[in-house]
Design a protein around this ligand. Structure first.
Ligand code: SF4
Length: 211
């Protein structure tokens, strides 16, 4: 039977790994200074043009602006929720299943549909999910490797966490903000530096500093 094509939150594929860390830092510093959603759009447009983010990523101007707007919004939310998040005791770390180094039968993670989560079996030292899982557990987090936003919602609703760190693309993180507000859970988001259906990536140092 033909497998259904996974639906991506974005209609476009991006890869921010070709952007310098300095350029990304400038986006986030601007986010902190800007804060106000009213000027979000013009600020994002300015940043895309100044840092040539469309050229670096190969995205068209509109998609690049959308991406930067989402990154700014998530970063601003991180700043706003940081204090409350730090006070939370019971925390979950939600990792994206698409960052597993192998998404085929070579990935030894078993999927527990009741939770729902993949349980990483640490079969590959270099796998970013293996490394991120170890980091999260060492910091006292319950770690879940989830296939999408609906699974994340079920985990947060069922397990009554006081704080959450989520790794996902900017749009998915942004879509999660109203849910966190509804559940009264402070959250911190780490965006994927490369999105897509598989072989996605994120920055482990950014994750480590936010945990
Ligand atoms: S380390 Fe974990 S997530 Fe990565 S391939 Fe192995 S079982 Fe899968």
């Amino acid at each position: 039977m033909k497998k259904a094509k996974p639906k991506l939150p974005y209609s476009f594929i991006y890869d921010l790994t070709r952007l310098s860390q300095g350029a990304l830092k400038q986006v986030f510093e601007s986010a902190y200074e800007a804060r106000l959603h009213k000027i979000l759009s013009s600020n994002a447009k300015r940043l895309v043009k100044t840092l040539k983010i469309d050229q670096a990523t190969g995205l068209n101007l509109t998609d690049a602006i959308t991406l930067v707007e989402d990154l700014i919004e998530v970063q601003a939310a991180n700043k706003l929720q940081r204090e409350e998040f730090e006070e939370a005791e019971r925390k979950a770390l939600l990792l994206p299943h698409c960052a597993r180094s192998r998404m085929d039968r070579h990935c030894m993670a078993d999927f527990d549909a009741d939770v729902p989560t993949y349980n990483c079996q640490s079969c590959r030292d270099y796998c970013i999910i293996n490394k991120a899982t170890a980091l999260g557990k060492a910091e006292g987090y319950d770690v879940y490797v989830v296939p999408g936003g609906a699974c994340a919602e079920k985990i947060l609703k069922d397990r009554k966490y006081e704080g959450v760190v989520g790794v996902a693309c900017g749009m998915e993180l942004k879509m999660g903000l109203p849910l966190l507000k509804k559940l009264g859970i402070p959250g911190q988001g780490i965006f994927l530096t490369k999105n897509g259906c598989s072989n996605t990536n994120f920055n482990l140092q950014s994750l480590e500093s936010i945990l």
